[in-house]
Design a protein around this ligand. Structure first.
Ligand code: HDD
Length: 750
């Protein structure tokens, strides 16, 4: 089957990277757009298909008929919010051209008043995010354990997904070391179901009452509001050093998992154990997983740091561009299934403790459906910013458990929307509207947009004919599982919650040497950023309880003695599923940089086509912009290109220093094998090499590698006869995402 990217990627590469104007359906592109101000009112342009907002439904579930293509700038004449046509929006009403502005200028007042109130409070956590629309198709594989209609075979359900970082503000950078949110809203026929997970299977805390503590510690210092969007500071390490139930989540974030390559390439986890109910009323405990079709890949730390400056929107852009290109990201939803026993334990693991996983080797993840993101947002604010998720948005067949972390979330998610979305009527905002009929008796309040009919929004009533009636399970009503509840009223945790280290150790032991090396470096970086010596020393004692080598290596980096652990070391069996290294994946959607000059145009043309045919995105990097050889659009110049944007770099020939190449004015010019190469190209290549990316070339490319100090025999350095030959080898390397052998430390920690 042809991958969707193949048919569309070429067109979009141009549109996305500036190679040509994007085509608006129905509007021919042959006429160059006029830059002159239009003088005549004209018919609005037809909206692009992806400009239409979500379908709108009235609070009673009927389509509103309000055309969602009623987008901004859609009509012929500018009006006020009241529909009054305006002759001028550039000048305040004044007593003479140089006179004072008049208080009666109602247009000025409306325009500025609305602007003054354009912002809403950002989310208290997960403020920075990116969203997309898509569809979920059930495989039917879960039908024996749940009656949820959207999981039945071939049922298609519209979805909206929002990815996020946790700690930073709305405007913070994307590639920070942090947990990522993965929240999915399923607009099912039975009502909205929200699965609000992370890219991490465990959480910092076991009880929601600790959530304000962990977030206060992880966010910026309250006195100076720094640092932004990262945990490399005293308050975080102070907290996790004292509160050791966060040890597993912390090591997860210090591993490469904390810096994903792309939202498209990360797993998602529902974290808690949920309870499923089938048509017969039988219950099963499950954990939800999202498995990305492109595999799980990460940045390396230096790439992440550079990207924070070079392209702080890297993840947001990557998601948007991929969808625009038709390279629709896909994830399989899967479940780990456990018997619903009174103990709610599995193989000795407490299923109600959200700081623990059940290794996939013990309970395999069984695929139950496919998520495809296929439509970008048309308005970030209306959709990504206003979407409101809630763990209590459930459908028949899915119920909660007594996980105390989940219990607190059931309170918090509704509560927070009151402040953020200014009142209780946020379910009426288009992105939040269910696609199932709504027939509630909730009335009035701020931002009420429904015009409810009837006089009896109460039950029982006789005045509205007793309507609406309640639904039992047979009519699709949501009936909670009648679980047995008993116990003393206490503020205590069960004994099993006291194990804080065995699974952090399991994770450590499951990593490959190179992943361990990265994890050591991350701990060393973050702890070295702390001012307080006591905090570093205390955290080394935590590390000693995970693994003595880990502790020693971090201690060495900090210049401190390595302490002994206070707990006996567990001896868990490693879980290979936790490592990101060692498997191969499709290279679809990867970005291939091609460094070329005018003389290389013919060869580069063939290579570019081969990259497109491979389902990847070629970006041509040349000394100057414009068209390479007059035929191929140049997307990056030596000034704008930085290695971190590319998954592999291919070199057509050795470019001589350009006139604005820094530090190269006195370099040896002219031909010959030792002729100077543009230093910006050398930087591109040395960085890509350091970050273990495939680099290749043909023709005079070997000169570039030699001058960059890269041995041409090194792993992942490919020299061939022509571009397509080099690309074939590059593809094989990209299947593993990186040239792992190139990391010098790969052998050191075995
Ligand atoms: Fe939370 C947002 C994920 C525990 C309180 N959370 C939020 C989002 C995600 C998560 C992905 C962003 C949703 C969006 O895109 O709008 N949160 C989690 C996971 C948790 C978790 C996987 C543990 C397993 N959260 C958690 C606890 C509490 C909260 C224990 C409070 C007691 N979370 C919130 C919140 C947020 C939120 C304050 C902020 C914005 C929002 O809800 O809508 O209510």
């Amino acid at each position: 089957m042809e991958h969707p990217i193949k048919s569309t990627v070429e067109k979009v590469v141009d549109a996305v990277t500036g190679g040509g104007p994007a085509e608006i359906p129905g509007v021919p592109n042959s006429e160059p757009p006029s830059l002159e101000e239009p003088t005549e009112p004209r018919e609005p342009l037809p909206p692009k298909p992806d400009q239409s907002g979500p379908d709108t439904f009235s609070p009673t579930g009927q389509p509103t008929g309000v055309p969602q293509d009623k987008v901004a700038q859609g009509g012929a004449y500018l009006t006020t919010a009241q529909g009054l046509r305006l002759p001028d929006t550039d000048h305040s009403l004044k007593a003479g051209p140089r006179g004072p502005v008049l208080l009666q200028d109602h247009h000025l007042r409306e325009k500025v008043m609305h602007f003054d109130h354009e912002r809403i409070p950002e989310r208290v956590v997960h403020a920075r995010g990116a969203g997309a629309h898509g569809v979920f198709r059930g495989y039917g594989a879960a039908s024996n354990v749940t009656k949820a209609a959207f999981l039945a075979k071939d049922v298609e359900t519209p979805v909206f997904v929002r990815f996020s970082t946790v700690i930073g503000s709305r405007g913070s950078a994307d590639t920070v070391r942090d947990t990522r949110g993965f929240a999915t809203k399923f607009y099912t026929s039975e009502g909205v179901f929200d699965l609000i997970g992370n890219n991490c299977p465990i959480f910092f805390i076991q009880d929601a009452i600790k959530f304000p503590d962990v977030i206060h510690a992880a966010k910026w210092h309250p006195d100076r509001e720094i640092p932004q969007a990262q945990t490399a500071h005293d308050t975080f390490w102070d907290f996790v050093g004292l509160h050791t139930e966060g040890t597993f989540h912390t090591i997860w974030n210090m591993s490469d998992r904390g810096i994903p390559r792309s939202y498209r390439m990360m797993e998602g986890f529902g974290v808690h154990t949920f309870r499923l109910v089938n048509a017969e009323g039988a219950t099963t405990l499950v954990k939800f997983h999202w498995k990305p079709k492109l595999g799980v890949h990460s940045l390396v730390w230096e790439e992440a740091q550079l990207l924070n400056g070079v392209d702080p929107d890297f993840h947001r852009r990557d998601l948007f561009d991929a969808i625009e290109a038709g390279a629709y990201p896909e994830w399989e939803l899967g479940i780990q299934v456990f018997p619903d026993t009174p103990e709610q334990m599995f193989e000795g693991i407490d299923l109600l403790d959200s700081t623990k996983i059940v290794p996939e080797e013990l309970a395999p993840v069984q695929p139950i459906g496919l998520l495809t993101l296929n439509r970008n947002t048309s308005n970030f604010f209306a959709e990504t910013e206003q979407v409101a998720f809630h763990v209590g948005h459930l459908v028949p067949g899915i119920d909660v458990t007594d996980d105390p972390l989940l219990a607190g979330r059931l309170f918090s998610y509704l509560d927070t929307q009151i402040t953020r979305l200014a009142g209780p009527n946020f379910p009426q905002i288009p992105i939040n509207r269910p696609h199932a009929p709504v027939n509630d008796m909730l009335r009035d309040g701020f931002h009420q947009t429904a015009v409810h009919r009837g006089v009896a929004p109460y039950r029982p009533n006789s005045l509205d004919g007793g309507c609406p009636f309640t639904a039992g399970a047979a009519e699709g009503g949501y009936v909670e599982v009648p679980t047995q509840v008993s116990g003393r009223k206490v503020r205590e945790a069960p004994a099993s919650y006291a194990d804080h280290f065995s699974q952090a150790r399991l994770f450590w032991l499951s990593l490959t040497p190179v992943e361990r090396e990265h994890t050591i470096a991350a701990y060393t970086f973050e702890l070295a950023k702390c001012y307080e010596q006591a905090i570093k020393e205390r955290y080394l004692r935590v590390l000693a309880n995970i693994d003595p080598i880990l502790c020693e290596q971090v201690a060495e980096g900090l210049g401190l003695p390595a302490p002994a652990g206070s707990e006996p070391l567990a001896d868990p069996r490693p879980s290979p599923a936790l490592s990101q290294v060692g498997r191969t994946w499709p290279a679809d959607g990867r970005i291939i940089g091609i460094i070329a000059g005018d003389d290389d145009a013919a060869a580069v043309g063939d290579l570019r086509q081969a990259v497109l045919d491979g389902g990847m995105v070629p970006l041509i990097i040349a000394p100057t912009g414009g068209m390479l050889g007059g035929t191929l659009p140049v997307q990056r110049t030596f000034v704008t290109a930085r290695s971190v944007e590319f998954d592999a770099l291919l070199v057509a020939s050795a470019p001589a220093p350009g006139k604005d190449a820094y530090g190269a004015r006195d370099a040896k010019a002219g031909g010959g094998s030792d002729a100077a190469v543009d230093p910006r190209v050398l930087l591109l290549i040395t960085e890509a090499y350091r970050h273990a990316k495939p680099i290749g070339g043909w023709g005079t490319a070997s000169q570039v590698f030699t001058q960059a100090g890269i041995p041409t025999q090194a792993p992942g350095v490919l020299l061939g006869d022509d571009g397509p030959a080099v690309l074939r080898e590059t593809l094989q390397l990209l299947a593993a995402h990186r040239v792992w052998d190139r990391f010098p430390a790969a052998a050191a920690l075995t």
